[in-house]
Design a protein. Structure first.
Lengths: 196, 173
């Protein structure tokens, strides 16, 4: 009973959201989401605005991760679409990308002009080393959440070795190892694992 | 000669490789933009990616700078559209179809199956960056410190990148 009331309020709230509002909201997220967009998206869209609930958010995030494209922009498209169809999706992704694009355009010009100075190259050495630590952290986080069998580790290792050691194009690794991995996790095996 | 067609082709192709995150496309981006088209050097690409970690929004916005260098403002805009439009259309299509596929047993298989591959691609991208960014004890120490701090404390990663800029300024000048 309470669930139907919640759903009704959620739908009512959704109907009010205009395309301009969607654009503004994602523009804000695009401008404040330092250090990774997903937590900010959840904070603003689920907690502050209540445009989608947590369950929808998690589902949209998992769709975003299985598709090509960045999580931030895929999520923007999915949420915008849910609220206002195609115009909503366009407004969301434009708002999401605009601030970062402007900032990186300016940063690129500054880097082009001043990147060779001794001071900038010292700063950039620190920044690039930090980026390595950050990407490793992201990999460990994702691994903890979604790798649970030894076979998964083998698929992961095959991917790394294929790309970095044998220099196989990412596309072929994706199609090759990805396909084998999907077939390995075929529905019957997943059902069996669930029962056990 | 105009780089526009090449920019569009390369970044539209790269966008389709970003399964699980932008980093997945990094090794291929290095190969295509540095080795094949020579829009910039490997070092510059790594620097731009790293600067991008301090900027808000989607974390591959550094492609705008690559587009600008190779083709000016038009190049920057072309790269943006090429990189984001194809996957946006895919996400739009999937958003309409995914719900209907709920009963399809292979949907879970795809999700589970792609997870280890996308993490592998993330690590492969990390290795590509590390080859250009880690040289000697100081840089290795910065990377390790960032990793350990993130594993143990809840802190905004952009702050750590900014702090590493300060550390770099002090130790490498």
């Amino acid at each position: 009973m309470s669930e139907t009331i919640e759903q009704a309020t959620a739908t009512a709230a959704r109907r009010d959201v205009s395309v301009a509002r969607i654009f503004r909201e994602f523009l804000i997220i695009g401008a404040i989401s330092f250090g990774g967009a997903v937590p900010y998206l959840r904070g603003r869209l689920v907690e502050a605005e209540g445009w989608i609930d947590d369950k929808e958010f998690v589902e949209m995030l998992s769709i975003s991760q299985s598709l090509p494209g960045l999580n931030a922009t895929n999520l923007a498209v999915l949420v915008g679409q849910k609220l206002r169809g195609a115009p909503g999706a366009a407004a969301a992704i434009l708002g999401m990308c605009l601030p970062g694009a402007v900032i990186m355009y300016i940063a690129g010009i500054l880097y082009w002009e001043h990147g060779d100075r001794a001071a900038s190259s010292a700063v950039l050495k620190g920044v690039a080393a930090a980026a390595v630590g950050l990407v490793l952290y992201t990999a460990i986080q994702l691994g903890r959440r979604s790798l649970d069998t030894r076979v998964d580790l083998i698929f992961m290792a095959l991917t790394v070795v294929g790309v970095d050691y044998y220099h196989v194009s990412v596309l072929w690794v994706l199609l090759g190892v990805g396909l084998i991995s999907i077939l390995w996790h075929h529905p019957r095996r997943l059902r069996k694992a669930k029962r056990a | 000669m105009s780089q526009l067609p090449a920019l569009i082709r390369v970044f539209a192709y790269l966008s389709l490789l970003t399964v699980g995150g932008g980093m997945a496309a990094f090794p291929e981006m290095e190969y295509l933009s540095v080795t094949v088209h020579q829009w910039l050097t490997k070092e510059q690409l790594i620097h731009l990616y790293s600067i991008g970690q301090m900027s808000p929004g989607p974390n591959m916005m550094m492609i705008v700078a690559v587009g600008d260098w190779a083709g000016g403002v038009v190049g920057a805009l072309a790269v943006l559209v090429a990189f984001f439009l194809p996957t946006a259309l895919l996400a739009y299509g999937a958003g309409r179809g995914w719900k209907r596929l709920e009963a399809w047993p292979w949907r879970d298989s795809i999700q589970r199956g792609l997870a280890p591959v996308s993490i592998g691609l993330l690590l492969a991208g990390c290795y590509t960056i590390a080859k250009g960014a880690i040289f000697g004890t100081e840089t290795a120490a910065i990377a390790a410190a960032v990793l350990l701090i993130l594993l143990h404390y809840k802190i905004n990663p952009a702050l750590l990148v900014a702090a590493s800029a300060v550390v770099g300024f002090i130790s490498f000048r």
